[in-house]
Each structure stands twice: as structure tokens, then as C-alpha cells.
Design a protein around this ligand. Sequence first.
Ligand SMILES: C[S@@+](CC[C@H](N)C(=O)[O-])C[C@H]1O[C@@H](n2cnc3c(N)ncnc32)[C@H](O)[C@@H]1O
Length: 410
Amino acid sequence: MNSRVVALEILKEGISNFFISRTSWEKTVRFKDEDRAFIRKIVYGTLRYYFELSKRVDTFLKNPKNTPPYIKNILIMGAYELIEMKTPSYAVVNEYTKISPPKFKGLVNAILRRISEVAEEIDLGTGLPQWLYDRLKSQLGEDLELFLKSIESHEISLRAVNKTRDKIIKDFALNGIGTYPMKFSPWGIKCSDGVDLNTFKQFENGDFTFQDESSQLVGIVVNPQKGERILDAFGGVGTKTTHLIQMEPESLIFYNDLSRSKTSIAMDNFKRLRKMPSKIMNLDILNDEIDEKFDKILVDAPCTALGTIGKHPDLLLRITESDIEENSEMQLRMIDKLWNNLSTGGTLIYSVCTVTKEETDGVIEKFLSSHSGRCVDPFDGIFDFDFNGFGVQLLKWMEGFYISKIIKEG
Ligand SMILES: C[S@@+](CC[C@H](N)C(=O)[O-])C[C@H]1O[C@@H](n2cnc3c(N)ncnc32)[C@H](O)[C@@H]1O
């Protein structure tokens, strides 16, 4: 099958469901490595600049509203190749005309030709919806540039689990894959995109797992100790849970997540990495009761996940302005609820993979105004990141990710 046809099918899923499933990516398995990388690039790139590309394509159409969505997507993806990837015009025009339904071949050919004539002059800007750009600009100021750069990076991040980082780097080198150690995480490895590492036997064996550097630093902040009872309240697919067990196998790590499907993936990860939590729960933190106390609670809360746009550009199609406020209210309720399960003197670690003020400092500031907790520098004596009294935004050093550490006072 034609790689662009598969890319269009995956793009369609991203646009209609605001999410690209694993099953969808599995359609690319039968392609050669370079074609698979090409499909990923045009799907991610098109989604990343979808709003802007769509606006530009509309200006070339007589009847944008009456153009069938499939044809519109062909034109948008073709435009992305012309403007951003600089694929030669004849290839773009020919290939997309070839895969168009007979009735629309003439239209696709004509429009892509016209776009190719001006492609050099088109600037897609940041690709963010205007309201999001404006909000981030006012909150991040000059750091907006760092944010935009971080979401353009397509490097793969790994955490060494059952082999040392050096050994894994050597193993990859033997397979012709260049990697390098992360700067801050002692377990972390970076590798360029386009390699399907999850088909590696080392992955199946549990030598490593996928995890961003910022997310690995959460383990350093939690710093599990022997015998400590630690609740990972939003365990998801178990990435941080397994890290905590790896760091201190004699700690008692409790995994929880509302989603059964996430828990099922987490179970696969627990088995593959040979890191089983002491207890696995599927409670709704906002509505169910947990009758236990913990020494530490990790609140890796659901959020707008703006720091992960690079990996999930489909987020840009789904996020709305009200999501930011709604998430921050929910995050506050989550910490508030879990605070009751924390022993006096215990530590609550709050983390979110986003950069909005509302979901980061805003949540912690509101929480502290009505609870006797004390914020401390999560990386005190370890790394010299900027602690602002509430938490640390890691954007200056890696991805957009926020960590706060609160001690419960008596
Ligand atoms: C940011 S993700 C957690 C990622 C995870 N810590 C990891 O490292 O893989 C947030 C998780 O919260 C879960 N969640 C959302 N609402 C919840 C609730 N009310 N109670 C429990 N879990 C919830 C979601 O299913 C999702 O897996």
C-alpha cells in the first residue's frame, strides 16, 4: 500500500478522534524503516500545523466548505510537504493526484500546483491556535521560544531499567544506533527518531523503557526509601511506578489509576520490566475513598499536557481555552482529597507535563492558602533549577514539565 494513503488514514483518525491509537500506527509495521519514518513525519507535521495549513489551503479553494474532508486532508498534507518538508513539487503533485478519487484528481492537481508556486513564501508561524499562543506568550514571555523549540524535538527518550545505561548504549551502538546519555537523569538515554526500538529484543527483555527526562526526575524528587509506603495515585501506564520500584525495591509502592485500559498496559509493563507494585488499585481519586495513610503521595495529575505536543500534536486540535481552567480546578480537588491520605510529616509530590500558570504554580498557591503545608525546593542540593517558592518549571532545561514538593505539617 502507498505510504501517503496510510498517512492520510492515520491523519483522519487524529482529526476525528483527537487521538491516534496504537492500532492505527500498527498499519505502518509492514513498511520499511525509512517509509515508516516518512509516515510519522508527515502525520505529525501535518497535525502540528493543521490550523495554519487548513487556513492557507482554504484561500486556494473556491468552495472550502463544500470540499469533502478527505480531499481537504490530501491538500493539507500535500501543502505540508511542499512548505515544510520541501519535497520536490513534481513528486508532491503527482503522488497526491495519483491517490485522489477520479472526480477530484483535476482539483488536487491544480491546487497543489498553485501552492507549490508560492510555497517558498509561506510561513506557518508557530502552528499554535491564536488564543493559546497569546496565553503562553503572556505567561512564558521569552521562554515561549524554549517551549516552541522543545515541542519541535523528535528525539526518543529512554530509561535504563534492568541493564546499566552504558551497557545499553553499547548494545545500541552494535546495532548501528547512535545514542547519548541524558544530562540530568542518571538512567536516561536519548536517541534520534525513526528507529522502532519497541521491536528490539532488549525492549522485550526489560532492559529499558520509554520515558522523558523530566518524567525521570520525578523519581529523584520522590526519592523512595526502604519500607516507605508510597502511593502513585495516577499511575497511568506505570512508567513512574516502575521507576520508583527500580530505585528502591524494598519500598512499598501502591499503584492506582481510574482507567482499566491504562492499568492493563501498566500490567504488561510491570511484567516486562519485572517491577511489580505492592498493590494495584483502580479507584477514582475524586469520588472513592482510600482508607490508608502514606509517607509519600505522587500526584502525577491529568493536565493539558502541552509539554507533549511534539509527541502528540493531535492535542492541538482538541484543547480549548476552558480546558485550562477546568484542569486546574480538578487538580486542586485531587490534591485536596489525597492530602487526607498523607501522614503528618509526609510529602506530596505534584507533577504535570504542562506549562500553564493555572495548572502549575496556580494550583499550589491556592492549595497552600487553605492547608498547612510547606513547599520546598524539589531538587535542593541536587540540581540548581529555578525554584520559585511553589515549584520548578523544567522548560529551561528540558521538556515543559512542572514539579512541586509539599511537606505536610502538623
Ligand atoms: C498524567 S497521566 C499519569 C501518567 C503516569 N503517572 C505515568 O507516568 O505513566 C494521568 C492519569 O490519571 C488518570 N486519572 C484521571 N482521572 C482520574 C481519577 N479521577 N482517579 C484516578 N485516576 C485518574 C488517567 O487515567 C491517567 O492515566
